[in-house]
Write a protein that binds this ligand. Structure first.
Ligand SMILES: Cc1cc2nc3c(=O)[nH]c(=O)nc-3n(C[C@H](O)[C@H](O)[C@H](O)COP(=O)(O)OP(=O)(O)OC[C@H]3O[C@@H](n4cnc5c(N)ncnc54)[C@H](O)[C@@H]3O)c2cc1C
Length: 383
C-alpha cells in the first residue's frame, strides 16, 4: 500500500493550486457578492485542461485519471465552492454520460467540445416532483419521425444558461411501460428549449442553478443517449462518479476552513493567550484535521478504485457521505473558532459553511447515500 501521491498527481495539485490562488482567490468574494458567473476564470481553467481532466486525449480530454480529477476539484473548492461545482457538474454530469454511453459520432460531436473546454455541460435529472426519486420524472420524449419531441421541465440544474450542451432525462413511451427513463442530448440553441427561473441560493452564488424548460423541443433522433429506457442505469453510473467530485468539493471546503481556523487560533488572543492554547479550541482543530484526513482517504480510495476498474459505487457513496458531513462540521467549527468575526463576511469561513451545505444535498442527499451503501451491503431493497 502506497499513500504517497505520484509525481503526476503532485503536479496537478501544484498547477490547480497556483491557478486557484493566483486567479480565483483575489476575486472569489466579489464574484459571490455579485452572484456573477466567472466566465473568464472558466475560460482560463479550460485553457489549462481543467474541464476534461479524467477523459482521454482521443476524445478531447486531458488524459489524466479520476484521482487527478478529485485533486482538481478539491483544490478549486479550497478557494471557491462556486468554481468547483461549475467544473464538477460539467465534468462528472455533463461529460460523463456521453463518455459512458455515447456513440462514436456523439463523442465526436458533443464530448470533444465539452472535454476540451470549448463548451460547458450540464445535467438535468431533477424535476419539481422528482428529486431523490427519479420515478417522479414527468418530462416526456415522444418519437415523431426522425425527431424526439421533449416537453416538461427540470429544476435546480447547475450551469443552466451557461452550458452549451445539456444531458436530460425523460420518459418515452417504451420506457414508461417499463417504469424507466431515457437520456437525451440537447443543444442550448434548440428551438423549444429555454431557461426558466434562476434560483437565489444560500451559497455558491457565482454558480448558476436554474430551470430547463422544454416546449415541443425537437431534437434529432440520434440524440438519444444510450438505449431507450436505459437512462436509469446511465444516471446511476453517472452519479457514482459524480459523488467522487462532490466528495472532493466537500474536502476542499473543509480544508479551507481548517486552514483559516489554524491561522486564527494562533493569531487571536483572549485572556492574554492565543485562543488555540485553550483546549476547547485546540480540540476542535485536532478533530477537524483528523476528520479531513479520513475524508481525504475515502475520496482518494473511491477515485483509486475507479481508476483501476474496480467496483466503487459503495466507496463513492461512503466518500461523499462522510466528506460532506465532515465539511459541514469543519466549516461550522471554523465559524465558531472565529467567534463574531466568523459570522461576518470579511472572513471567508461563513462562505465555506454556506457552500459546504450543498455537498450534503446535491447528487443524492446524505440519506440517499446511506440507502445506497446499505442496499449494496445488505443486498436488500431500501427504496
Ligand atoms: C445548488 C444545487 C445544484 C444542483 N444541481 C443539480 C444538477 O446539476 N442536476 C440535477 O439533476 N439536480 C441538481 N440539483 C438537485 C439535487 O440533486 C436535489 O435537490 C437532490 O437530489 C434532492 O432532491 P430534492 O431537493 O427534490 O429533495 P427530496 O428528494 O424531496 O428530499 C427531501 C428530504 O427527504 C429526504 N428523503 C427523500 N427520500 C427519502 C427516503 N427514501 N428515505 C429517507 N429520506 C428521504 C431527503 O434526504 C431530504 O432530506 C441541485 C440542487 C442544488 C440545491
Amino acid at each position: 500500500m502506497d499513500f504517497a501521491p505520484s509525481p503526476q498527481h503532485e503536479e496537478i495539485r501544484r498547477t490547480v493550486r497556483d491557478f486557484a490562488e493566483r486567479r480565483i482567490a483575489p476575486v472569489a468574494d466579489e464574484l459571490e457578492r455579485q452572484g456573477s458567473f466567472p466566465t473568464e476564470i472558466i475560460r482560463e481553467a479550460a485553457a489549462l485542461g481543467l474541464l476534461g481532466v479524467p477523459y482521454p486525449e482521443e476524445v478531447g480530454g486531458t488524459g489524466l485519471d479520476a484521482l487527478a480529477y478529485a485533486i482538481t476539484i478539491e483544490e478549486l473548492a479550497r478557494v471557491s465552492g462556486s468554481v468547483a461545482i461549475i467544473v464538477s457538474a460539467h465534468t462528472s454530469l455533463g461529460c460523463n454520460p456521453i463518455y459512458l454511453a455515447g456513440t462514436d459520432a456523439q463523442k465526436e460531436r458533443y464530448l470533444r467540445p465539452l472535454a476540451s473546454g470549448q463548451k460547458l455541460g450540464a445535467y438535468g435529472l431533477t424535476e419539481p416532483g422528482a428529486g431523490s426519486d427519479s420515478r417522479g420524472t414527468r418530462t416526456t420524449a415522444k418519437r415523431d419521425g426522425d425527431c424526439w419531441i421533449l416537453n416538461g421541465s427540470k429544476r435546480f440544474i447547475t450551469n443552466a444558461g451557461v452550458a452549451g450542451i445539456y444531458i436530460v432525462t425523460a420518459v418515452t413511451e417504451k420506457s414508461a411501460a417499463q417504469g424507466k427513463i431515457s437520456a437525451f442530448i440537447v443543444e442550448a440553441d434548440t428551438p423549444g428549449f429555454s431557461i426558466g427561473r434562476m434560483e437565489e441560493k444560500m451559497g455558491l452564488h457565482a454558480s448558476n442553478t436554474g430551470e430547463l424548460l422544454f416546449n415541443d423541443c425537437r431534437i434529432p433522433v440520434e440524440n438519444l443517449l444510450g438505449e431507450e429506457g436505459e437512462g436509469d442505469k446511465l444516471f446511476l453510473k453517472t452519479l457514482d462518479g459524480g459523488r467522487i467530485g462532490i466528495g472532493a468539493m466537500a474536502l476542499g471546503l473543509a480544508q479551507a476552513a481548517y486552514e483559516a481556523a489554524v491561522r486564527y487560533s494562533r493569531e487571536r488572543e483572549q485572556f492574554g493567550r492565543p485562543i488555540g492554547s485553550f483546549q476547547g479550541v485546540a480540540f476542535m482543530v485536532a478533530d477537524m484535521a483528523t476528520e479531513i484526513d479520513a475524508a481525504r482517504l475515502l475520496v482518494y480510495r473511491a477515485a483509486w478504485r475507479k481508476d483501476r476498474g474496480l467496483a466503487y459505487s459503495t466507496e463513492a457513496a461512503m466518500a461523499k457521505l462522510f466528506a460532506s458531513e465532515v465539511s459541514q462540521r469543519a466549516t461550522n467549527n471554523a465559524v465558531q473558532i472565529h467567534g463574531g468575526y466568523g459570522y461576518i463576511t470579511e472572513y471567508q469561513v461563513e462562505r465555506y459553511l454556506r457552500d459546504a451545505k450543498l455537498t450534503e444535498i446535491g447528487e443524492g442527499t446524505s440519506q440517499i447515500q446511506r440507502m445506497v451503501i446499505a442496499r449494496n451491503l445488505l443486498g436488500l431493497r431500501s427504496f
